[in-house]
Design a binder for this molecule. Structure first.
Ligand code: GDP
Ligand code: MG
Length: 163
């Protein structure tokens, strides 16, 4: 398995928590376009001995607390250009938001593999809540808990089939 996987989604869904759980080492930023990579973190991960690169997007915009919708769209466009597969993360605690619907609309047009990762599925109740996300029209859902790691094995098994 090789390739690049980008994690996208609105703020606070748990992108960085998953990134930090999955990476073995951070990579130096090598992008030559200044300003592009400041708000993205790169790392190396592996699954069953096969390496892949992971990109965590968002949350690194210097001096800004607000993340505007336009910025999330930009991150999604960058991910589409740069990655071989996309983890679109949503949050079972909050449910579907308008921003999720906007990102889903962008991702439905993408030819690359998109995995709809429903995070914060920490218990059985949340697992029931997670089925709501089928309404985003992106096919299968991958319920996970970035905090306790449940579901991440199934997600990575599915990823391994496309990388
Ligand atoms: P990001 O903005 O998408 O990168 O989200 P963060 O990784 O910074 O996480 C936002 C908040 O969600 C933090 O308080 C995390 O501890 C929390 N969080 C992340 N993953 C989980 C999870 O699987 N379950 C629960 N209950 N909380 C989580
Ligand atoms: Mg983050």
């Amino acid at each position: 398995m090789s390739g690049i996987v980008a994690i996208v989604g609105r703020p606070n869904v748990g992108k960085s928590t998953l990134f930090n759980r999955m990476i073995q080492r951070r990579e130096a930023i090598v992008d030559s376009v200044s300003g592009v990579t400041r708000d993205r973190h790169y790392g190396k991960s592996d699954w069953n001995g096969k390496e892949f690169s992971l990109i965590d997007t968002g949350g690194y915009v210097v001096g800004s607390e607000d993340v505007f919708e336009k910025e999330i769209d930009r991150q999604v466009e960058l991910a589409i250009a740069e990655a071989d597969a996309i983890f679109f993360m949503v949050d079972a605690e909050t449910g579907i938001t308008g921003m999720d619907e906007d990102v889903a609309r962008l991702l439905r047009k993408v030819e690359k593999p998109v995995f709809l990762v429903v995070n914060k599925v920490d218990n059985a109740k949340r697992r029931e809540d997670a089925v709501e996300f089928y309404n985003l029209g992106l096919g299968e859902i991958y319920p996970i808990s970035s905090i306790n790691g449940s579901g991440t094995g199934e997600l990575l098994d599915a990823l391994a089939l496309v990388l």
